[in-house]
Design a protein around this ligand. Sequence first.
Ligand SMILES: Cc1cc2nc3c(=O)[nH]c(=O)nc-3n(C[C@H](O)[C@H](O)[C@H](O)COP(=O)(O)O)c2cc1C
Length: 372
Amino acid sequence: MIDSNKKDMSKPNQSKEIMDRKIEHLKIPLEYDVQHSKNYFDDLKLIHYPIPDIEFEDIDLTATFFDKKISAPICISAITGGHPISKEINEILAKAAEQENIIMSVGSQRAGIEDPTLLDSFKITRDVAPEIPIIGNIGLGQISSQDFEIEIFNKCIDMIQADVMAIHLNTLHELVQDKGDISSKFFRKNFQKVRETYKIPIIAKEVGTGFNQDLAEILDKLGFDGFDVGGTGGTSFAAIESKRKNFDNKLYSRDPAEVFREWGIPTPVSIIYVRNVSQKLVIATGGLRTGIDIAKSIALGANIGGLAYNFLKSAWKDRRDKVISNTIKEIKTLKNELRSCLWLMNVKSVDNLKSKRNKCIFLGELYRWFHQ
Ligand SMILES: Cc1cc2nc3c(=O)[nH]c(=O)nc-3n(C[C@H](O)[C@H](O)[C@H](O)COP(=O)(O)O)c2cc1C
């Protein structure tokens, strides 16, 4: 979960607060509609090819993620950790990811750093998934703290034997939540220390408001090894916060979480912005719901498609039924849709689809982002 970084809370209360928030963050997207009102992948069409000259089963979905080979360019995006229920969810997701050989991410590891009793809710992912790539997760708030210690980064890597670390940039979320941390004053200095100390790939991850081109260029030059664009069009953290009802109406007349719920850069636009200025790895998240959306992301320039909401739903069902079959089915469905999409476009492999923007037609509001 995405966390604030207040330093003035006492430890037990802090842990309790974080744990309560973890559960609210898991339940709210399942109980309310907290999706952005527009999914921008609807404004993107791929060009059909009526007589494919490839055998359906011969289509190659394999991809590489840094130095590991995966069965398809699919990532279970950062969702949770830091609560006994999160441990169950992470166990289900990691087991399914290992069985299907795709990428797994954990949620913000802040809780595991601050309270060792919560460590196992993250550690479980590596225990049940020894082979697949696992992405660790730490917040801009933690990296930007004046008292940031390099040891914190080390703990995150060790906790899950991370292959890659993501630093999540969740400024809108911090802004609209009750105890958000909105200063990034020490970010550059602390990040440089991290960069000089660790060889592990580090990616910059947005969480639903997307990257603009200028920042992507700055972060590329600063030494990030990739991006997770986390664009607008899927789960809205402002919408989640508006359901948590933290708004204090004594000072202001409107809840900023409600007012900013649609704020951000659409995922397809963000993929293009990042790819225009960086040749590094790009994960697309934010509103991907089917294998067609993964194909669209790859045609625009992404390497991998990531999904949080779909996997939150499947893992929640699995937890109730004490199985992992719903999550396995979701992964298999995404793979089949992606394969079908490639076949219907007469494209042999995921690699051959990469950055084929001439196979994409932009409509409606998405078109307007590029032609204003
Ligand atoms: C319940 C929930 C918790 C999340 N927690 C984190 C987190 O801790 N760290 C992070 O980087 N992103 C987090 N995210 C953001 C997702 O990884 C993803 O970028 C975003 O939800 C957009 O994908 P979606 O539209 O498929 O949900 C979370 C998303 C959800 C739904």
